[in-house]
Design a protein around this ligand. Structure first.
Ligand code: FUL
Length: 476
């Protein structure tokens, strides 16, 4: 009898242990509040502007006469209006590119707008753009190249302090600044020497200057480069990255690792896809007929935002200081394609069953109560079953994970049915902040989604289905 009680007790303890282990959510790296807000930005513009706009170069030598910088009709409000009309949520500008020319009158350089003839040396592009962004409700960000082919101290330890002072100056004058871009390029300066950047010091100082600014470099600390300048993040894309033993600039992980992230990486460092609307980063007249079309931009959107990354699209102003109409027309049409494509969620009127969910006990829910529950449903990653009110042609699905506590979903399967018959299966691994799946369309009356991962909580914040125009389906 005593023996039996002991066995029963042991069995109960094992059961208790298993159920606790099973329902426990694994602790994963997660975004901080600034990174979370950054994820919501999705798409914003990059602006490369400076002496290169006038010389036709991509990398200025640093010895260009300041007088060449003379935009005759510079209008940062036009840039901001274009950004707004394209659906972009912010603008990041090359405050200083590798040629060292400062688009603001810096006290740490003699190669600035102050030395140019533009507005008799009284102009300040950063001032104009930060104000235009504010008045159009856009976030403002800066690219400050550590590589400086003009500064006389470049290549000496003193330059690291000058670089820090430069950052401080910009943040003092033009805040709030939501994103700071550290380019890893490290070439020779005017004295033929390369700088040994003290990125650890830059980072410590920047955290003191502005804790709310997210910092981009090839390996973070907050946002990583995705390993190419074509705007395409890998599939799968994990928001995790291992940085131990790696360095910014030369010494970063392999581009393939940056492209996909690390499945079990130790830090939350999501990817940002930088790409230009034109072949070059700076404006060149001869590229006016090589501006990406709205369809090409949409395709890039699928391969960046649609894979859980953010899209940083470069739109370089011309020597007048204006965004060319070819570029702005493509951007406006791109926005139209996005609006049209995602206007009608075909699951909106469906009834949803979460098979295996202990709380709802597999009852049918309407779509909006499903969305409420899916964020915090506590069960073993239930199978979601969407019964459509009316059959529909579906060629696109949007899945969004609740990433506040990390990226838990490690694989998923979508099954499309018609009259009880399985007609298509779409599989993948990462979801993250947003996953847009496109596929040759089918007439469908039921959609099933099965996820699995490192938590037994589903943590989905959105599941939606669309019929987008055939020519927009993701091309390889
Ligand atoms: C690179 C630079 O060398 C290019 O000129 C451009 O600014 C691009 C965004 O980053 O590293």
């Amino acid at each position: 009898m005593v023996m039996n009680n002991r066995i029963i007790w042991i069995v109960m303890m094992i059961q208790l242990y298993c159920s606790v282990a099973f329902t426990q959510k694994q602790i994963l790296p997660k975004p901080n509040k600034h990174q979370l807000a950054w994820h919501e930005m999705e798409f914003y513009l990059f602006v490369h502007f400076g002496p290169n706009t006038f010389t036709g170069l991509e990398w200025g030598h640093g010895d260009e006469a300041e007088a060449i910088f003379n935009p005759t009709q510079l209008d940062c409000n036009q840039w901001a209006r274009t950004a707004k009309a394209s659906g972009a949520k912010g603008i990041i500008i090359t405050a200083k590119h590798h040629d060292g020319f400062c688009l603001w009158p810096s006290q740490y350089s003699k190669h600035t707008v102050r030395e140019s003839i533009w507005k008799n040396g009284q102009g300040d592009v950063l001032k104009e753009l930060s104000e235009a962004c504010k008045s159009h409700g856009l976030k403002f960000g800066v690219y400050i190249s550590p590589w400086d082919r003009n500064h006389p101290e470049y290549g000496t330890p003193k330059y690291n302090d000058i670089y820090i002072n430069t950052m401080k100056e910009i943040f003092d004058r033009y805040s709030p600044i939501w994103e700071l871009w550290w380019d890893g390029a490290n070439g020779e300066g005017p004295n033929g020497k390369k700088q040994v950047y003290d990125f650890a010091l830059f980072e410590r100082e920047m955290r003191k200057i502005s804790r709310s600014t997210v910092i981009f470099s090839d390996i973070g600390p907050d946002i990583r480069w995705i390993g190419n300048e074509r705007g395409i993040v890998g599939d799968p894309n994990w928001n995790y990255l291992d940085t131990t033993g790696f360095k910014r600039g030369h010494g970063a992980p392999h581009v393939d690792t940056l492209n996909h992230g690390n499945y079990n990486g130790r830090h939350w460092i999501p990817g940002e896809c930088d790409v230009s609307i034109r072949p070059g980063w700076f404006y060149h007249k001869e590229e006016d007929d090589r501006v990406k079309s709205a369809e090409q931009l949409f395709n890039l959107y699928l391969k960046s935002v649609g894979r859980g990354a953010n899209l940083l699209l470069n739109v370089p102003p011309d020597p007048r200081g204006l965004i060319h109409t070819t570029d702005s027309t493509a951007l406006i049409q791109f926005k139209k394609l996005i609006d049209q494509s995602f206007a009608q969620n075909l699951l909106q009127t469906s009834m949803v069953k979460m098979d295996g969910d202990r709380k709802t006990r597999a009852a049918f829910l309407n779509y909006s109560s499903f969305l409420q529950k899916a964020k915090r449903v506590n069960s073993n990653m239930p199978t979601l079953r969407f019964e459509l009110k009316k059959e529909a042609f579906i060629n696109c699905l949007v899945l969004q994970e609740t990433i506040i506590d990390g990226q838990f979903i490690r694989s998923f399967k979508v099954e499309l049915y018609h009259s009880g018959v399985l007609i298509k299966t779409v599989e993948g691994s990462s979801i993250g902040r947003k996953r847009i799946l496109t596929f040759p369309g089918e007439q469908v009356d039921q959609v099933k989604i099965i996820c699995s991962g490192t938590s037994d909580q589903l943590n989905l914040q959105n599941v939606a289905a669309y019929h987008i125009a055939e020519q927009l389906l993701e091309k390889k």
